[in-house]
Write a protein that binds this ligand. Structure first.
Ligand SMILES: [Zn+2]
Length: 160
């Protein structure tokens, strides 16, 4: 078994024909899931476009297949159901997704959020630098090794 072989629920290496068949099979399984596990499982039609959701559904699909064909202990099936119900609760947040296609302004909002995050990071670094114990002169150096690195903090290069 080669270490580089991706697990069957990772489809990045599939050829286009196999990829399309896999998507069709997954969609059929998700249809079945929604029917069989209504009203617990309630998904928006745009589920294939939500990366986290489609990834999780794909894993549930393979997990279900394993439970149906390979599991030897009923606890495995019970666990699948318990986890499914828990995930289905989270999926409900998306059930009414109106799914506007990704808009340029969404990217701008994300970029703005990242700039704000970077400001917060800079502020946190400034605060930590200011509250760090002042560097001691050579004659005041404690013997404790944990203080030996503090003067070096000042020497960190500016990454920008
Ligand atoms: Zn959506």
């Amino acid at each position: 078994m080669a270490d580089s072989t991706p697990p069957p629920w990772v489809w990045t290496d599939l050829d286009p024909g196999k990829l399309e068949r896999s998507w069709r099979d997954l969609a059929d399984w998700v249809d079945w899931l929604e029917d069989a596990y209504a009203p617990w499982v309630l998904l928006p039609p745009c589920w294939p476009d939500h990366e986290g959701l489609r990834t999780e559904l794909r894993m549930y699909w393979y997990w279900h297949r394993w439970v149906q064909r390979k599991a030897v202990n009923p606890i495995d099936g019970v666990r699948w159901h318990q986890e499914l119900r828990r995930s289905a609760q989270a999926w409900r947040d998306l059930a009414n997704c109106r799914h506007d296609p990704p808009m340029p302004h969404r990217q701008q909002i994300r970029a703005g959020e990242r700039r704000r995050r970077d400001d917060y990071i800079a502020e946190a670094i400034r605060a930590e630098t200011q509250t760090a114990p002042p560097a001691l002169s050579a004659s005041q150096q404690p013997a404790s090794p944990q203080h030996q690195s503090s003067p070096q903090v000042q020497q960190f290069p500016d990454p920008r």
